[in-house]
Design a protein around this ligand. Structure first.
Ligand code: FES
Length: 105
């Protein structure tokens, strides 16, 4: 069972938004896709740069790295478009009351 920690409140992330959070000191991208929360690593595997610095907007279930244009599916971490060759790490997400909890799978 994943060890989850509270990151933000449910009301802090609207559908279509994403935010950078930290889980056990690791940078994580938390996104709200149509009211469902998903979390993946926030470090682009192409050149090890951050995908989102603070808050941003998703394109459906996808996020584009601002550096060289790689696109990832935030629901799975999979690469939709290169140059990145590797997927983002996927994290577990659970909602408990008002809180969103995230942890490594
Ligand atoms: S660092 Fe993300 S596409 Fe290059």
């Amino acid at each position: 069972m994943a060890d989850l920690e509270k990151v933000i409140k449910v009301g802090d992330l609207q559908p279509g938004e994403m935010v950078r959070v930290e889980v056990r000191l690791n940078p994580v991208l938390l996104g709200n896709v149509n009211g469902e929360f998903f979390a993946v690593g926030n470090t682009c595997p192409h050149a090890e740069l951050p995908i989102v610095d603070d808050k941003g907007t998703l394109d459906g279930n996808e996020v584009q790295c601002p550096y060289h244009g790689s696109v990832f599916d935030v629901t799975t971490g999979a690469v939709s478009q290169g140059p990145a060759a590797f997927a983002l790490q996927k994290y577990s997400v659970r909602v408990e009351g008002d809180d969103i909890l995230v942890g490594q799978e």
